[in-house]
Design a protein around this ligand. Structure first.
Ligand code: NA7
Length: 538
């Protein structure tokens, strides 16, 4: 039986990525009748959709996975420190099988509307085919980067060759072989793609609007005996993640850049540069992200690395960011990105000097001339964070539209709930901590599952954040963003997507405070028996 016999389900979950899978697992544990509705043809979310060559973790695989099941940790072996998309997708599929989640996953079901029914304190979801589903609670598990955006360049639909976004990569593995390829964008996705594909294409032309600061990933295979020792370290790895600012295994350095002499600093940075993963960003001196001068010093260090690696000095200068400092945007990691530009078949076009005029039938027209292509790759990013919400017609109490609520600036409580939208809980919604995403997911899902359990056990039919709680939390989110250099820079992390009219201005899209503090606040809400929420008893 369901909580309310009039309803199809107790809990409906939108999305079968890691957020959705773990949510379903917890709902199963509670014995609640639950179902995942997923737009894609399979589970895995980000790892299902992003199949471009070179797609892989930028964080150590074994820190960026589920930690809730010892059995799962014991059974799964990683083959690389930074696993590729195929392996990670296989992992997601393994999780779905192992925990018997597939029986409650419904694929090829894209939700178009979600309406709250006040009379019954319940939700009705409608999919694109017009099918409807009702439930007491809904969990949004839609991901923060799942609405691809194409560039707002005239003629995008005129191209007669093959064109696709990186998150919609064609199945044909040899699609690029020997072809004349153009790629627009130089974000984390483009960087992974470019360094992988330039070997097999005929020619590759990279259209760059903003260069990014990037540093070596230094991936390596994991030998079987090494996996054994990593497995022994799991408790420490996850504890480190819990203790760190953004849940990564790289702990920050408490020292200031100015505590060291220039020589000591340089030596320390050389050492960081030789290490794997995000250490150069996250284990750097504490003031890199807040002090302009400190940031400039490290940015100069990285700029010199780029100059050493790129043979043509003019190209090297183009690849060095001029308008933002290292780490003020998400730092892409690379393995041979700069060396790609030393190849005779790779050309960099800086579209600030030579703007794209339009996309034509046979290629891309720029101010200085035309480029003919067989293939155009759009590595142009996503309508991030709020994009997945805006793609669905969410309506709460009195027909209130979520779009309208957030139009004036995002407002949430803990990034987990929204006032006016009772019984709706968000995993990786705006104003939640991002950082190491699986760590954030596990915490958020646990918190939501405990709240749903509390509602069930106390016959609570409606749970909604109060105005006061939302106001205080939203203010806190804004306070946490103050003083960060990253807040002054355009990127998807500050809510900007220049291809979208309504995303030209910066917002605070994420929680920028420390993860341990975030969890403490959420734990306190539970300890207060959710008095920050308006709870309606049966
Ligand atoms: P990003 O980081 O948003 O990058 C998108 C890239 O596309 C970026 O270089 C953009 O330049 C460029 N872009 C977008 N639109 C245009 C137009 N119209 N003309 C030229 N260039 C354009 O998305 P990714 O997919 O690379 O990465 C997303 C996240 O996934 C990443 O942070 C990781 O967390 C994983 P811009 O910088 O806006 O000038």
């Amino acid at each position: 039986a369901t909580l309310d016999p009039q309803l199809d389900y107790d809990v409906l979950i939108i999305g079968a990525g890691q957020s959705g899978m773990y949510s379903l697992y917890r709902m199963h544990q509670l014995g609640l009748k639950s179902r995942i509705l997923e737009a894609g043809a399979g589970e895995g979310g980000t790892w299902f959709w992003n199949r471009y060559p070179g797609a892989r973790f930028d964080s150590e695989s074994y820190s960026y996975i589920f930690s809730f099941s010892q059995e799962l940790l014991d059974e799964w072996d990683w083959s690389e420190h930074f696993a590729g998309q195929e392996e990670t997708l296989r992992y997601c599929q393994y999780v779905a099988e192992k925990f018997n989640l597939k029986k409650d996953m419904q694929f090829n079901t894209r939700i178009s509307s979600a309406h709250f029914k006040q009379e019954t304190n319940s939700w009705m979801l409608t999919d694109e085919e017009g099918r409807t589903y009702t439930s007491k609670f809904i969990i949004t598990a839609m991901g923060i980067l799942n609405q691809p955006t194409l560039p707002n360049i005239p003629g995008v639909s005129d191209f007669k060759g093959h064109a696709f976004h990186t998150a919609r990569w064609p199945d044909d593995a040899s699609v690029l072989d020997g072809k004349r390829v153009g790629i627009i964008g130089t974000g984390a996705t483009a960087i992974q793609t470019i360094q992988e594909i330039y070997h097999s294409v005929g020619s590759l032309t990279v259209f760059q609007r903003t260069p990014n600061w990037t540093a070596p990933l230094r991936n390596a295979k994991i030998r079987p005996e090494e996996m054994g020792s990593i497995r022994k370290q799991y408790p420490e790895i996850f504890q480190k993640c819990l203790d760190s600012y953004a849940c990564f295994i790289h702990l920050s350095d408490p020292r200031s850049v100015f505590d060291l002499t220039p020589e000591e600093r340089e030596r320390h940075w050389e050492d960081l540069y030789s290490k794997a993963g995000f250490s150069k960003w996250l284990s750097n001196f504490r003031d890199i992200g807040t002090d302009r001068e400190a940031n400039e010093l490290f940015s100069k260090f990285i700029a010199n690395k780029i100059r050493q690696r790129v043979k043509d000095p003019v190209t090297a200068e183009k690849l060095i960011p001029k308008n933002h400092g290292f780490g003020t945007r998400r730092v892409p990691l690379e393995g041979g990105y700069y060396e790609a530009f030393n190849q005779p078949n790779v050309t960099l076009v800086d579209i600030n000097e030579n703007p794209i005029k339009s996309i034509a039938e046979n290629g891309i027209k720029t101010k200085d001339g035309d480029f003919e292509f067989d293939i155009i790759i759009y590595a142009t990013g996503f309508d991030a964070v709020t994009g997945s919400f805006n793609a669905v017609d969410f309506k709460g109490i009195d027909g209130l539209k979520l779009k309208d609520v957030w139009n004036e600036g995002i407002q949430t409580f803990l990034g987990l709930t929204v006032r006016g939208f009772p019984n709706m809980f968000m995993i990786m919604g705006p104003h939640q901590m991002f950082g190491n995403i699986p760590r954030s997911i596990e915490y958020a899902v646990k918190w939501v599952a405990e709240l749903i359990e509390y509602c069930r056990d106390n016959q609570i039919t409606c749970a909604e954040a109060t105005e006061e709680a939302v106001r205080a939390w939203t203010e806190h989110v804004h306070d946490c963003a103050k003083g960060l250099l990253a807040t002054e820079i355009d990127s998807w992390m500050t809510g900007v997507n220049k291809n979208l009219k309504h995303k030209q201005k910066r917002t605070i899209a994420r929680y920028n405070g420390p993860a341990p503090g975030y969890r403490k606040r959420c734990d306190e809400v539970k300890a207060r028996e959710y008095s920050d929420l308006r709870l309606v008893k049966l």
